[in-house]
Design a protein around this ligand. Structure first.
Ligand SMILES: Cc1cc2nc3c(=O)[nH]c(=O)nc-3n(C[C@H](O)[C@H](O)[C@H](O)COP(=O)(O)OP(=O)(O)OC[C@H]3O[C@@H](n4cnc5c(N)ncnc54)[C@H](O)[C@@H]3O)c2cc1C
Length: 439
């Protein structure tokens, strides 16, 4: 008897990887991928880097060419959204009115750009950067001498600033906090980031919000800050964070709490329903808590893990949170997890002034100190060792951790009591597309 199809909802990397995993296990059951945008599933990181710089066409971000899906008998329903999910009837209703039955369904609906709600925020020339369409339109605006105001000094804001400077635009960043990325990287590294951007000609307005945007006719001309400053702008790019696209899950009555709640096998609260990628808050079996990660690697690995789980494999998804960023000629990679509210100390190995270093965030625990997260900046061969150190849970000697002459594998002593080592088949991450432009 024919089985009801696997239905995958979403057009990002999590959806594409889920389809791949399903087909690696099950070559018979129909697979339908439903994506709102009229595009093949694509990856977003190049949109704020190679695509904005004009080095790659937007199509370079497709996860797979169309032929790949055809060869695997994956039915693509592009330009159609899933409007309703009914876990009891095991159906979804599409925006064109069609109803599809499913045997298992994946929510890989990702996240959306948080909107800036101030007067004038809908004027022409105001951009968010989430889709290929956004990136293609924004790229046209980043030209020599144009005045770009970036709202928010998070990852997107900083990458856009770097691309805009590279294309000769004048860039001012407005950020309510006193440094970029304070919440993630802390003051010292945040300040270093600001200095890197200043050295490339970016101007910052820290401690400032946006009160309103003003324009001539329908077109933005000025960003008015909360302290009353008026910044001339031809283009405004807003990067003030993202929110998980949980609407479908909420309407279906699934458990949702800043993300669709799923277990370590990525199963949601209703039978047959799964979630992965930006939208999912999953129970991480080795961290012992639920986490939601808005980064490419988690969508890449988590999408694949969810596809395996849907196809009947035993899955325990325990990838270590990982992200990377490229700005100017700097590349960085970060791995680890710092529970909210944890007091950490920063330990540096290498030379901040030379833009080439490792940073570690360490926490005291039962009289010892262990590494919760680490980042390599313009250093390319240490991430496996950083991840191993984080996973091992060993007590570290801070002087040895800071000393470039000591191998990372030799900075630890015995494992701290009560902390299980984080063993993971996902732990050492390999970037799939990033080798472009990376060593
Ligand atoms: C510009 C940009 C740059 C980034 N750079 C980096 C980086 O350098 N490093 C890094 O680690 N991470 C980066 N990220 C984050 C990374 O891209 C995301 O974590 C990743 O895209 C998440 O993938 P996803 O498949 O879960 O969701 P998404 O990529 O958000 O895809 C979700 C898809 O689902 C579709 N969808 C939503 N609802 C429905 C529905 N009801 N029916 C049908 N389709 C629906 C959406 O249209 C969308 O196409 C970047 C993100 C952006 C926007």
């Amino acid at each position: 008897m024919a089985r009801d199809p696997f239905v995958v909802v979403g057009g990002g990397v999590a959806a594409a990887r889920a389809v791949e995993a399903i087909r690696d296990i099950d070559t018979d059951t129909p697979v339908v991928l439903v994506a709102r945008e009229q595009r093949l599933p694509y990856e977003r990181p190049p949109l704020s880097k190679e695509v904005l710089l004009g080095l790659e066409p937007v199509e370079a971000a497709f996860v797979r060419p169309r032929q790949w899906y055809d060869e695997r008998g994956v039915q693509l329903r592009l330009g159609v959204a899933v409007d309703r999910l009914d876990p009891a009837q095991r159906t979804v209703v599409l925006s064109d009115g069609e109803q599809l039955a499913w045997g298992a369904v994946l929510l890989a609906t990702g996240s959306g750009a948080r909107k800036l709600k101030v007067p004038g925020s809908r004027l022409d020339g105001v951009f968010y950067l989430r889709t290929m369409t956004d990136a293609a339109a924004l790229r046209e605006r980043l030209v020599e001498g144009s005045r770009v105001v970036v709202v928010g000094a998070g990852w997107i804001g900083l990458e856009v600033s770097a691309a805009a400077r590279r294309r000769g635009a004048e860039v001012t960043v407005v950020e309510p906090q006193e440094a970029p990325l304070l919440g993630t990287l802390g003051e010292r590294i945040g300040t270093w980031f600001a200095d890197v951007h200043r050295s490339h000609g970016v101007t910052f307005r820290f401690g400032e919000g946006v009160a309103s945007l003003e324009g001539t006719g329908d077109t933005v001309t000025t960003v008015c800050t909360t302290s009353g400053e008026r910044l001339p702008a031809d283009t405004v790019v807003i990067g003030v964070g993202a929110f998980p696209n949980t609407r479908l899950a909420e309407q279906a009555g699934l458990a949702v709490d800043d993300g669709v709640l799923v277990d370590e096998s990525l199963r949601a609260s209703a039978e047959g329903v799964y979630a992965a990628g930006d939208v999912a808050r999953w129970y991480h079996p080795t961290l012992g808590t639920r986490v939601r990660v808005e980064h490419w690697a988690n969508a890449y690995d988590g999408g694949y893990a969810a596809g395996r789980s849907m196809a009947g494999a035993a899955v325990r998804y325990d990838a270590m949170p990982f992200f990377y960023s490229d700005q100017y000629d700097l590349g960085l990679e970060y791995a680890g997890y710092i529970p909210p509210g944890t007091d950490t100390e920063l330990v540096l190995r290498g030379d901040l002034a030379a833009d080439e270093f490792l940073a570690f965030w360490v926490a005291r625990h039962d009289g010892g100190t262990r590494v919760l997260a680490g980042m390599q900046v313009h250093v390319w061969d240490q991430l496996d060792a950083v991840q191993a150190l984080v996973r091992s849970g060993v007590r570290v000697d801070l002087d040895r951790l800071a000393d470039p002459a000591v191998a990372l594998g030799a900075v630890g002593a015995e494992r701290l009591s009560g902390i299980p080592p984080l063993k993971s088949r996902y732990a050492v991450h390999r970037l799939s597309w990033a080798p472009r432009g990376r060593p």
